[in-house]
Design a protein around this ligand. Structure first.
Ligand code: 5GP
Ligand code: ZN
Length: 119
């Protein structure tokens, strides 16, 4: 059921503290931790604590927590001091777009320049 912990989900395990992560921020509804394979000097994942398979599913189910994830993405950028130069918030959605973990997450990328269109 949407929002409920999935026992086979890596990010549910990180939220539960069962898999270690470099946590940079936490709220009642969200957790932010550094990506294990960073693609930029700042590369942080912001996840809802509740399980949804992707960002659109989260947004359809819970507008407040969706806003929490976006607000926290901005707070991460400010905390890492990449907000001045600019940063990117990415929600890879679906296999063709590169989604590999099926628990909604925002990538916060900063600290270098980015191309457009993205690869
Ligand atoms: P996606 O490809 O689904 O958009 O993003 C999943 C992200 O999770 C990838 O950037 C990948 O490096 C990251 N990741 C995968 N396993 C782990 C892990 O065990 N710990 C952390 N911190 N990040 C992970
Ligand atoms: Zn999950």
């Amino acid at each position: 059921m949407a929002g409920e912990r999935q026992d086979d989900c890596l990010f549910c395990k990180i939220v539960a503290g069962e898999v270690p992560a470099d946590v940079v921020r936490e709220t009642d509804t969200t957790l932010a931790f550094r990506d294990i394979n960073p693609q930029a000097p700042t590369h942080v994942l912001v996840v809802p604590k509740a399980h949804y398979r992707d960002a659109a599913s989260l947004a359809a189910a819970d507008a407040r927590v969706t806003a929490d994830v976006l607000r926290e993405a901005g707070e991460v950028a400010a905390q890492d001091r990449v907000d001045g130069t600019g940063y990117r918030i990415v929600f890879n959605t679906g296999t063709g777009a590169g989604q590999t973990v099926w628990h909604a997450h925002a990538h916060v990328l900063g600290g270098r320049g980015f191309n457009w269109p993205p690869g």
